[in-house]
Design a protein around this ligand. Sequence first.
Ligand SMILES: [Zn+2]
Length: 400
Amino acid sequence: MTNALTLMSQTPLIDGHNDLPWQIRMKFNNQLNKVDLYTLQNTHTNIQKIREGRLAAQFWAAYVPCETQYKDAVRQTLEQIDVIHRMCKKYPEAFMFATSKKGYTVIHKEDIMDAFDQNKTASLIGVEGGHSLDSSLGTLRTMYQLGVRYLTLTHSCNTPWADNWLVDTVDEPSQHNGLSEFGKQLISEMNRIGMLIDLAHVSERVMNQVLDLSKAPIIFSHSSAYAVCPHKRNVPDDVLRKVRDKNGIVMVNFYNEHVTCSQIANLSQVADHFDHIKRVAGYHIIGFGGDYDGVNRVPEGLEDVSKYPALVAELLKRGWTSVEVKAALGENLLRVFGEVEKVRDSMTGIPPDDLPIPYEEVKNDCRTGYGYLVANSAASGWSFSSLITALIFTLNCLSV
Ligand SMILES: [Zn+2]
């Protein structure tokens, strides 16, 4: 254990996915004033456990369920982003928002290392699920400006432009055979603005398409190895090798169902995923993506965020070198971030993509067609028929 703690004092542990913000919504309706994050109980995460676990940087998930799709997904996601910002402001001695000081074109490595030097947890935001964008590139860009640094393309539902993993279990029919044209536009726009593309939760076809299309390395923020546990949320070996070729990262998920494909799991079985990924694609693509507070069952020995050092000790016991462990702890993610920022910088001459998704691909009763309707009507402005259409939209929405 001493060796594990020494390595963790030299290299920041960066975790890809933690759902504490969702717990704050569900337990307190986001009333952070009523919460003491030092002593919070019945969660995997509180500040005391974070310190014990040497958690140096965390992507906090701004997650809202698929039920919000076509309803209030954007508002609810903004509220989750807000609660993460408030968390950092309320506990400045514990958290440092990773873009707090230097603004839009920050080099994230510096921010994460600054926080690490000050014994604070660098805090980043990942939006989990493309439904949170409501099919809008403007929303994507705005979320980046609010500090969002990765987007998981889908959660467990299709969006109007990408298929999710349930397509591979045949629980949900494929809508797009992977990505639609708009989905492809979105990948390129994410490259342009420097947002990490997260492939946890997408269908295997989307994984492969994005690995082919993206100019920058991709991440799996919380997924394990399919060969060890054949769950469709996990990553197959051929995709692991593509991630390696693309210089990306797979951050291993600790959820029992993804570790052993059963309700029971232990720390050693999580380490089996680390070993497997290293064997198939090398230590350069491995990271930690605990999924704490997003799942109801975690392995014996990894009960909460205080237990990361035990897993690091297990890897060392299995013969992982300190170079390999440090790579998995944080160096791999920092490399991915650096490359994503390099691609962003190489695209500075390219204007923002403002071609909206075709209206017929997102048409529903509660979506207005402003912009689309004007474009389709007479040059003089609103046509009679577009006004009637708008009126029908309004009446439909009022009646839901
Ligand atoms: Zn998830």
